[in-house]
Design a protein around this ligand. Sequence first.
Ligand SMILES: Nc1ncnc2c1ncn2[C@@H]1O[C@H](COP(=O)(O)OP(=O)(O)OP(=O)(O)O)[C@@H](O)[C@H]1O
Ligand SMILES: [Mg+2]
Length: 413
Amino acid sequence: MALPPKIELAVLGVSLMPGIFKDKGKLLPAYVPERLVHREQQMRVLADLLEVGGLGRLVYPKCIQVVGPTGSGKTSACLKLGRVLEQEALRVGVGLKPIYLNLRLEGASRFTIFKSMVEKVAFEAASRSLSPDEVLKQFLETLKSRKLLAILIVDEVDFHVRRSRETVVYDLTRLHELSSGESPNIVGVVFIAKDGDWSRLLDPAERSSLGALKVSFPPYSKDQVMDILEYRASEALNPGTAAREALSFIADLATEPPRAGDVRFALDMLLYSGVLAEEEGCSRITLDHVRAAYSMTLKSISTGDLEALSTQEKVVLLSTAKALSTASTPYIDVDAVRRQLRVTLEELGLNVKVAFDDAIKRLEAESLIEVKGRGIGMSIGPLGKLISVLESLIPRGVELGGASRRGGSGQRR
Ligand SMILES: Nc1ncnc2c1ncn2[C@@H]1O[C@H](COP(=O)(O)OP(=O)(O)OP(=O)(O)O)[C@@H](O)[C@H]1O
Ligand SMILES: [Mg+2]
């Protein structure tokens, strides 16, 4: 006699217990959730500033800055807003396209950035023989000929302004001038930055055309991270699979220094803890899964190891990690690290000469970096976490120096 299918599976040793995850994909960074809990006010202000209700009329671009720390929901809120605008435009019979540009990834020159804008709206690519100004004009002409409105979401603009010799800020804040007073078909340009002071790096003309409209995304509190985690867990996990204290522990870790309400970190922790729980065949994520997930994020290296370095060594290690974090190769040229060191010292307000070669030797001896000819690499990570830990350990605006507390070559200045 044939067994009922459930019993058959049990006999075969297949677990009938539902897993931890209902939909793991909903915890991944690329997923934009339906709701952005505790960001309703910011979304409303952004929609008001962009006059979402007036899309049927002639539009002129507004420039808006969105500023807040890592993982505070800036990118997700702006992407969501783009979708809201797209739907609202559709409702009044207008075509609107949100154009998202991550300036950390798009390249540094005006040409590559404008070319990427053209490619997002045109059917043909921008010609290499055109100047950056011509490519930008081609972008606006394409919008006109396709009768399309656009909203430009310009992410990581503080990174761009710090790194690039030529910025796109002036061009993107003066689009109406390129269309000789006519509407350039741009509803708004939203500049996203982590650093609230980024506009101080601009020259006066750029700063003046940028204007002062700013929407702030303050760091989430522990209670807010907890609410967000509960909402995101309800989408991604099966009911009852995450102990409340586990979520609360994750919310603590995400709001204690060096993090400041970083929801990306909290969601990574939840995903990682869930995977560990599932691997162990557990039906719930417990505190120990969170502990295990957390200790694996900064693998073999502890904060104590980093604290034991001299400030000069910390600054060089931080610069190496920062330079590697924007590279697509495991090793980068030593000169790229030296260039990053100058930027890092400036960011930290440290105006001193660093004994670079000595610091590199010591970091290599401590297995914190790997040196291969002129290349420098790192196997510890993830780099984002290492960078934030180091940033929290380095005193700002003080004299460099201070010998390491550990034994070593003694040449650390
Ligand atoms: N209020 C919220 N509700 C639900 N999910 C959120 C909320 N805020 C952030 N998240 C989630 O947290 C993650 C990080 O958010 P996001 O990428 O928008 O942060 P960010 O401010 O752009 O960070 P960064 O400055 O590092 O780029 C995303 O997966 C996002 O979906
Ligand atoms: Mg972002």
